[in-house]
Design a protein around this ligand. Structure first.
Ligand code: PLP
Length: 364
């Protein structure tokens, strides 16, 4: 699905020396390498504050702790995402409140949000799923009208834009993941919170550092969440190439879409909203006639593929509150979606080969 080793080989010299520089410096925790990467990401994303932490999941937790999410507080989000999106809401005693997705983009349906707002609602947590921004224009309008905070789950969308503005700087806060398979991936775990609000930035930084602003003085409950200096150096070396990699992904996505365009009743290709500039974390198709035979064919041909995500969150045992039929669009997507290989190292020949096999699997 992704070729992380292939990408490493392309930049091996640069990456090896960045890693060894940290090792030789002895500055392993926080320090100049982490700061350098934070400043570089601020400038890349056009945000005021980027605060490094240990993972995308931690980044989400830090944003929710920074707004003082209290037990019983509700956060409106999508059921069609990775569990990390809502895990941290529940861990803090909050309640994830789901609304259905837009079947065209797989992102939260903004028009469904207003119906779920209650006096306990604190925040809206849209996910820019598969690298395509959610409809931030409508989400921000709804949030402003109801005095809600917007936290963007941008784990899959570093570099994506909505209406000409990069995601991560649109809501009050955003969470990014540097998990190795993400568009900007470390050689291990890593995450970042971004915000344009200096009070929130200060809160996030303090919470991530054991709730401490001055060593051994703890003003609030915190956690230990840090980005390794080695990972920061790796990410700082990779960041200048991110746009180029995202452009390769976009080219592969266009080639897939073109290859399947004559057969919309057999293969539904991803729709891109006219205001969205996606970064194609995944290329996911819908197989309305069922995916089992296609999965079997791809498996037999040795072509990587995956199902993101087979069970929507309202039907997961950990959140056993929902039932089948609650969110039909999310359930349909979970039952019919299939993601094809997507990464910066795909060649035209690779995409042609994969598309050819998908087409023959559906009987074309
Ligand atoms: C990967 C991911 C996360 C979590 O990131 P980690 O760095 O793995 O903790 C959160 N939300 C979404 C949508 C993700 O894809």
């Amino acid at each position: 699905m992704v070729d992380v080793v292939g990408q490493y080989h392309r930049y091996q010299g640069e990456l090896d020396s960045a890693i060894m520089e940290v090792v030789r410096s002895g500055k392993y925790i926080n320090g100049p390498y982490v700061q350098r990467f934070e400043r570089a990401l601020e400038s890349y994303l056009d945000v005021e504050h980027a605060i490094a932490c240990a993972s995308g999941t931690d980044a989400l937790q830090l944003t929710l702790m920074a707004i003082d999410l209290k037990p019983g507080d509700e956060v409106i989000t999508t059921p069609f995402t990775f569990a990390a999106t809502t895990e941290t809401i529940a861990l803090l005693g909050g309640k994830p409140v789901y609304v259905d997705i837009d079947p065209e983009t797989f992102n939260i349906d903004p028009e469904a949000i207003a119906t779920k707002i209650t006096p306990r609602t604190r925040a809206i947590l849209p996910v820019h799923l598969f690298g395509q921004p959610a409809n931030m224009t409508r989400i921000i309008e709804i949030a402003r009208a109801h005095h809600l905070i917007v936290i963007e789950d941008a784990a899959q969308a570093c570099g994506a834009a909505w209406d000409g503005k990069k995601v991560c700087g649109i809501g009050e806060m955003a969470a990014i993941s540097f998990y190795p398979s993400k568009n900007l991936g470390a050689f291990g775990d890593g995450g970042m919170v971004t915000t344009n609000d200096s009070a929130l930035a200060h809160a996030v930084r303090t919470i991530a550092n054991h709730g401490s602003e001055r060593t051994y003085y703890h003003d609030r409950l915190g956690v230990n969440s840090r980005l390794d200096a080695i990972q920061a150096a790796v990410l700082n070396t990779k960041l200048p190439y991110l746009d180029e990699w995202n452009a390769s992904r976009a080219a592969a996505a266009s080639q897939y879409t073109e290859s399947f365009s004559a057969y919309p009743e057999l293969i539904r290709t991803p729709e891109v909203h006219s205001l969205a500039t996606p970064v194609w974390h995944q290329y996911s198709i819908i197989l309305p006639q069922g995916r089992d035979s296609v999965v079997a064919h791809l498996k037999a041909s040795g072509i990587p593929h995956n199902i993101y995500y087979p069970v929507p969150l309202h039907l997961q045992k950990a959140y056993a509150e929902g039932k089948r039929g609650d969110f039909p669009n999310a359930e349909f997507a979970a039952d019919h979606i299939l993601s094809l290989p997507m990464h910066s190292e795909l060649t035209d020949e690779d995409v042609e080969f994969i598309a050819h096999h998908v087409l023959s699997a559906v009987g074309v």
